[in-house]
Write a protein that binds this ligand. Structure first.
Ligand code: ADP
Length: 486
């Protein structure tokens, strides 16, 4: 760490391969920056494709013994990692805020949420069971075993640097799989510190390896082509997920994909207004809107629309923008210039097509990559904002008349990760649960993420589920043994 601007110390910045922290084979590093100032926080080792293969070598070498490690031992290590993550809540939260920008209170929330995957899967590790069956003819008996799928390659995004890693590492390790992890190049520090906590928790060498790299594609291609790899788990954008699925097809790799969203948020006339506004604020502005679960398209029924927009706008205007490390900040920067340009372009396009700008709609004049929280009303069909994942603090409101129209508008997207709906009518809620094309529905609530429930989407939002008992299934194979009639 030779740079003058380095302010993060005591956090590993190397590659972790086979239980050792080390430099990249070419000695190269890349800079990690604070999005609220643009300053360099640290230089991190830039893994080469050879380093990626070395990480897979280590994972493959450790696979057999890790799979044979008693479930209770695997469980205890995950539990120790959970305890260590909570002990280091302040460190993890500070790292996330520095490299990603969200206010410290939100980063602390991510530590609680992210660490929970370690506790949850430490509990699941000892509950992996097969069964014993009789065939319908009554002539044979089958024993079904559950076995770990094998070495896993996990690719994570920058928006939840801790939780997206634990949501994959937790179930993989619980199931008995070894892991090569590639964190997002924008936010590797949190992940590197997490991996160090696993080392301190007593994880055997080679079970978890981490390879940050600037050239994600160059690093990943040889790993994905290697037949020792048995599983790919990815969270990120739909175009990259789709490209990875094509690569995975070559070796018929088992895959889990958590991809983009375009969440509808429906507010019906019979909703509790205060509750709907409060929850909508969370659904939209958690993580500055940089979440695949962020409410992207608000559809508000005509009878409640004026009151809803007014109440929401009052809350939006109350945000305090600043560095996430400053006291009182309730909204930090976006991750980079590209994110600000995208939000600005979507707002401009919507306004040009007839939307009404209620508040915001501009960049914030200060260092760092900030965009003002924005509300658009009467967004018109054909606006880019209705088909694009905003990933920023922009509310797009369209009004609708009937339930049928609301459902049609909500389903008019290639995505299907999460939907939110606010109504006082339980039977309407049931109808929505059955008809909205979504993997998750927040009914009168604005946050669905929870380690105990299956997170995932339908349509172009992905394949597979993370969290809950379903989450561990993604890392297990069934092997069935037919035996004769006794
Ligand atoms: P975002 O747009 O949110 O940054 P991406 O899908 O680009 O989402 O990135 C998510 C993760 O995927 C990051 O870790 C990134 O480095 C990685 N990634 C991006 N492109 C590729 C690729 N072609 N192959 C493998 N990983 C990739």
């Amino acid at each position: 760490m030779a740079d003058d601007h380095v302010r993060v110390t005591g956090v590993p910045t190397g590659l972790f391969i086979g239980g050792q922290w080390r430099a990249a084979s070419g000695g190269a590093t890349f800079a990690v920056r604070d999005p609220s100032t643009g300053e360099v926080l640290a230089e991190v080792a830039d893994a080469t494709p050879e380093d990626g293969t070395a990480a897979l070598d280590a994972a493959a070498a450790a696979q057999e013994s890790w799979a044979a490690t008693p479930p209770r031992t695997r469980s205890d290590i995950l539990r120790r990692a959970f305890d260590l993550a909570l002990e280091h809540e302040d460190d993890l939260a500070a790292l996330m805020t520095l490299e990603m920008g969200k206010p410290l209170a939100e980063s602390r929330g991510e530590v609680t949420y992210g660490a929970e995957f370690l506790r949850w899967f430490s509990e699941e590790a000892v509950r992996i069971h097969g069964d014993y069956r009789t065939n319908p003819e009554g002539t044979g008996r089958g024993i079904v075993l559950r076995r770990p799928v094998g070495p896993v390659y996990a690719i994570t995004p920058w928006n939840f640097p801790l939780a997206m890693a634990t949501r994959k590492i937790g179930p993989a390790l619980a199931a008995g799989c070894t892991v090569v992890l590639k964190p997002a190049e924008l936010t590797p520090l949190t992940t590197l510190f997490l991996v160090e906590l696993f080392r301190r928790a007593g994880l055997p060498d080679g079970v978890l390896n981490v390879v940050p790299a600037l050239d994600a594609k160059g690093l990943s291609a040889p790993i994905l082509a290697d037949r020792r790899l048995r599983k790919l788990t990815f969270t990120g954008s739909t175009p990259v997920g789709s490209a990875l699925l094509k690569q995975a097809a070559d070796t018929v790799l088992k895959t889990s994909m958590e991809l983009g969203g375009n969440a509808p948020l429906l507010v019906f006339d019979d909703a509790d207004l205060d509750q709907a506004v409060e929850a909508a604020m969370q659904a939209k502005f958690r993580n500055v809107g940089e979440a695949c679960t962020a409410a992207n398209r608000f559809f508000v029924q005509e009878g409640i629309a004026d009151a809803f927009t007014a109440a929401l706008t009052a809350k939006v205007d109350a945000f305090r923008i600043g560095r996430g490390t400053e006291d009182g900040t309730t909204m930090g920067p976006l991750i980079d210039d590209r994110a600000v340009d995208k939000a600005a372009a979507l707002v401009d396009d919507a306004v040009q097509r007839g939307a009404r700008l209620v508040t915001g709609g501009e960049r914030v004049d200060r260092p760092g990559t900030f965009y003002a929280p924005t509300v658009l009303d009467d967004v018109q069909p054909g606006s880019d904002i209705l088909t694009t994942e905003i990933f920023g603090p922009v509310v797009s409101i369209t009004r609708f008349a009937t339930e049928e129209e609301g459902i049609r508008l909500a389903n008019d997207t290639e995505y299907g990760l999460v939907a939110y709906a606010f109504t006082g009518d339980f039977r309407r809620g049931q109808r929505l649960a059955e008809r909205l094309e979504t993997g998750m529905l927040g009914l009168n609530t604005g946050v669905v993420s929870n380690a105990a429930f299956p997170f995932g989407g339908v349509k172009s939002s992905g394949l597979g589920r993370e969290g809950s008992h379903e989450g561990i299934e993604e890392y297990l194979e069934s092997v069935y043994v037919l035996t004769p009639d006794p």
